[in-house]
Design a protein around this ligand. Structure first.
Ligand code: UD1
Length: 448
């Protein structure tokens, strides 16, 4: 498996452009299954998850190609089919085909997505919402099977503003008969982007971005051209990388409004941030203060930035209390940060982080996507060399992270089976043994 070797101690500086949002393109790709025309999508991030989702669309007969940097999807001839179980296991978001396929064909069957490293992640809100639109849903033997003679608009109340459930319900209701009103809907920017995409196809959706969304069903959805919003989590990770290294960077193409919860907390911590249209300049400073974090649905502090924020707080002055309110098991990075010298205590959904003078390089393991990003950030600030293992998790959401960060002066080397720079790798492994202060010790990194 690939790993990153991160050499700490460089202050990041320069300017970098933020790519399209993973969590926006995934539901948009699913929504393209509703189109009886052609979907042209710009600013698509070249991520592992995007490849998996396009494979899912191909299972249903969608034709997909790249043309002039745009992703073109022709879903005219799609048909019901089964998605292989390993695909759903690779990526939970493949459950987003439930709503569109049910709306278009009156039938869909997908393997039950199950839990993942950060929590159990059930599907009950999705199922209840689709049932309220008139679907007959069987949930058993490891599958969700949904049928309908024709979905009917309805009043739906979500027990929790689930992002995925809001998206599945929006897509299904877009082609239901009559009007649906979805209350306690998720308000994330990615929901707004999905609604914009659907409306450009001919849907009638009002109120996306608020907690009440009204959807008037239409018979048919057509061709669309759309540009995906910038990724607020990728942008937030850059901001935190600058803050933790005391750097000075400018983000190009970031939407300031989407980043307000993080910007507010960074300012509270003593970081200087200047906003300028779609640009944000951040200047880290040495006197970082500890701040408390409570993750909440948008516009609250995003759970997807919590691990990276925790990395920053490990070196802040004082004690920061983290309350993780979205996922029940999202502190796995704390164990790994501890290997690097961090002082963190975890009790259930609360983590208490006491800032230390310095982190030290160690061998650590990414347990999931954002936990992996947090470890890279910690490595950038640490004394010495950090090895981040299992970086396939990171590749799911950050396109060639090491190259993007190299533009800002970071020293991150990817070690792969087919390393493109074998000399650097060979010198690195054969000439010295790297000492680590914690339990794990790296003696040799082997290329198979
Ligand atoms: C999406 C994001 C993910 C982000 C999360 C929360 C995508 C592809 N992924 O995931 O990066 O961390 O939002 O912002 O956009 N829940 C239930 N029953 C359900 C559905 C959800 O109990 O039927 C629970 C979940 O277990 C979790 C909470 O609701 O505790 C929020 O989940 P949800 O908003 O649905 O997250 P996802 O859409 O899976």
């Amino acid at each position: 498996m690939d790993k990153f070797i991160v050499t700490g101690g460089t202050r990041l500086h320069g300017a970098v452009k933020v790519c399209g949002a993973k969590n926006a393109i995934l539901p948009i790709l699913a929504a393209s299954l509703l189109s009886s025309g052609t979907c042209v999508i710009h600013n698509v991030p070249l991520l592992q998850d995007v490849v998996v989702m396009t494979d899912v669309l191909k299972c249903f007969g969608a034709r997909i190609k790249w043309e002039n940097k745009a992703l073109i999807i022709d879903a005219k001839d799609v048909h019901p089919a089964e998605i292989p179980e390993e695909t759903v296991k690779k990526m939970r978001a493949s459950n987003l085909v439930l709503g569109p396929l049910l709306a278009r064909f009156g039938y869909v069957k997908i393997p039950y997505p199950g839990g993942c490293a950060i929590g159990s992640r059930p599907m009950d809100y999705h199922v209840k919402g689709l049932q309220q639109l008139g679907a007959d849903i069987q949930d058993g033997y490891g599958f969700i099977e949904a049928k309908s003679e024709g979905l009917m608009g309805s009043e739906i109340y979500l027990d929790f503003p689930s992002v995925g459930a809001t998206e599945n319900i929006l897509m299904a209701a877009a082609m239901a008969k009559g009007v649906s009103v979805l209350r306690n809907a998720a308000r994330e920017p990615e929901i707004v982007d999905l609604a914009r995409f659907l409306n450009r196809m001919g849907a009638k959706i009002d109120g996306a971005g608020t907690d009440i969304i009204q959807i008037t069903g239409v018979n048919c959805l057509g061709s669309v051209e759309h540009t995906v919003i910038p990724d607020r989590i990728v942008a937030g990770t850059f901001l935190l990388a600058a803050a933790i290294t005391g750097g000075d960077i400018t983000l190009i193409n970031a939407v300031v409004d989407h980043l307000e919860p993080l910007i507010a907390k960074l300012r509270e911590a003593g970081v200087s941030i200047t906003k300028n249209g779609r640009g944000i300049r951040i200047k880290g400073n040495k006197g970082l203060r500890a701040v408390d974090i409570k993750t909440m649905p948008f516009p609250g502090f995003p759970t997807d930035i919590q691990p990276q924020m925790m990395a920053l707080m490990t070196v802040a002055r004082g004690t920061a209390v983290f309350a993780e309110n979205i996922f029940e098991n999202r502190f796995k990075h704390a164990d790994e940060l501890r290997r690097m010298g961090a002082d963190i205590k975890v009790a259930g959904r609360i983590a208490i982080v006491k800032g230390v003078e310095k982190l030290t390089g160690a061998v650590v393991e990414a347990s999931d996507l954002r936990a992996g990003a947090a470890l890279v950030l910690a490595g950038l600030a640490a004394d010495g060399v950090t090895v981040v293992e299992n970086i396939f998790h990171i590749d799911r959401g950050y396109f060639r992270m090491e190259e993007k960060y190299a533009v800002l002066g970071a020293n991150i080397i990817r070690v792969t089976k087919h390393n493109s720079n074998p000399y650097q790798f060979e010198n690195f492994t054969s000439q010295r043994e790297i000492q680590f202060p914690e339990k794990k010790r790296l003696s040799l990194i082997k290329i198979n």
